[in-house]
Design a protein around this ligand. Structure first.
Ligand SMILES: Cc1cc2nc3c(=O)[nH]c(=O)nc-3n(C[C@H](O)[C@H](O)[C@H](O)COP(=O)(O)OP(=O)(O)OC[C@H]3O[C@@H](n4cnc5c(N)ncnc54)[C@H](O)[C@@H]3O)c2cc1C
Ligand code: SF4
Length: 342
């Protein structure tokens, strides 16, 4: 049985109290939200914080405020609540779908939005217990000096595996980061580095307090996820797409974001740009699919063959855009959600 290492536990009731604790304790303290990723990581000794600071009792972090012009989602809102709340539809559909596809119902009841956005990157050589990692002399990401995916590499290429980040980036979300001395808003698309080790620009003394969304009136969005089993598994590829249309069906604005195809969510700028000013027809969709797949660089460190994952990127972009124009693609979605033994 894997046991948790010893740690101190703090339970602040306000954001002010929490950031004071983080500031005082330094980088050896970590925020704990649902604990669905951090606690297993601690059992595997991938992270060994001296102090765990729970965010769950801070009321301000548990609020959802939705108005016509903007929405503010507290970092500790659970993924189950987002998936079940009918207000997360229409423009926000991609977020509800992404939240509903994370892990299992039990995990979604605990797992929070903030924890999902700050999720550690993943790799077959890293997501193992301590003894397994010790047997290969660890790796660059923790305790070692070799990357077993690319032994000549000085950079870790562990994979960004959060479901909600690609969806929220496609929706143009910003996040509010709070520390003892300052507060800043960052476009979610700019929160991540393409580096499996240093994957997030959140400073150790900052709390991700809120997700901010402008009105998505007139937008449609969707999220497609690839994993081996229809439940439980992390994404090994995902595509979030959002678009705003004129009354005659011409695309006014669009965003396409790919998850699990690098150490950060990848924004397919050229693919989205090619759609603007055109209807979603066979030609524009095919062009966008090729442009998006071109920048996806899946590596051989998660499930499934990497070249097949790259091919599916184009297929997912096609399905997502067809869905946005109103096609019934439930058959295709179902076929990808069934167990894959490719
Ligand atoms: C079996 C299994 C399957 C899973 N499948 C998926 C999946 O399909 N897709 C997916 O995306 N995830 C998956 N996960 C991972 C995890 O459950 C989710 O990502 C979850 O949303 C993490 O949220 P949490 O609140 O539990 O975060 P925690 O585990 O509490 O924290 C995760 C990280 O975020 C930091 N953190 C948390 N909240 C904040 C905050 N507000 N401000 C600053 N830092 C913060 C923590 O310090 C920690 O580093 C899975 C986990 C398991 C065990
Ligand atoms: S990509 Fe390399 S360094 Fe990063 S976790 Fe995997 S094996 Fe370790």
């Amino acid at each position: 049985m894997m046991r948790l290492p010893l740690f101190e536990f703090r339970m602040p009731r306000t954001i002010d109290e929490a950031v004071l604790i983080l500031d005082g304790e330094g980088p050896k303290a970590m925020p704990l939200a649902g604990g669905t990723d951090l606690l297993p990581n601690m059992k595997r000794r991938q992270q060994v914080p001296k102090t765990l600071m729970s965010l769950r009792y801070i009321e301000d972090l548990n609020r959802v405020r939705m108005e016509a012009s903007a929405s503010r989602l507290g970092a500790c809102v659970t993924l189950a609540d987002i998936a079940a709340d009918p207000r997360f539809r229409n423009g926000l559909t991609a977020l509800a779908q992404a939240a509903s596809l994370v892990a299992t119902p039990h995990i979604r009841n605990m797992a929070t939005l903030g924890g999902n956005l700050c999720l550690d990157t993943r790799c077959n050589y890293y997501d193992q217990n301590y003894e397994w990692r010790k047997a290969i002399d660890f790796c660059l990401k923790k305790d070692g000096d070799t990357c077993w995916v690319a032994p000549g590499s000085l950079k870790c290429m562990a994979v960004s595996s959060t479901d909600t980040a690609p969806a929220l980036i496609a929706l143009g979300a910003r996040v509010r980061l709070v520390s003892r001395l300052e507060e800043r808003e960052v476009l979610l698309g700019e929160l991540y580095n393409n580096d499996g080790l240093d994957y997030i620009k959140r400073k150790p003394n900052e709390i991700l307090a809120e997700v901010l969304l402008d009105s998505l009136h007139g937008w449609k969005s969707t999220y497609w996820k690839l994993r081996r089993r229809g439940s439980f598994d992390f994404p090994v590829l995902s595509v979030a797409a959002a678009a705003r249309f004129t009354e005659s069906g011409v695309v006014e604005d669009a965003r396409i974001v790919m998850g699990s195809a690098a150490s950060r969510p990848l924004v397919a700028l050229d693919a989205a740009k090619t759609l603007v000013g055109r209807p979603l027809n066979g030609e524009s969709i095919a062009e966008a699919a090729v442009l998006a797949a071109r920048i996806a660089k899946p590596l051989d460190n998660t499930d499934f063959d990497m070249s097949w994952r790259k091919r599916v990127t184009g297929e997912f972009v096609t399905c997502a855009l067809r869905e946005l124009r109103g096609d019934d693609v439930s058959g295709e979605r179902l076929s990808y959600m069934r167990t894959h033994s490719h």
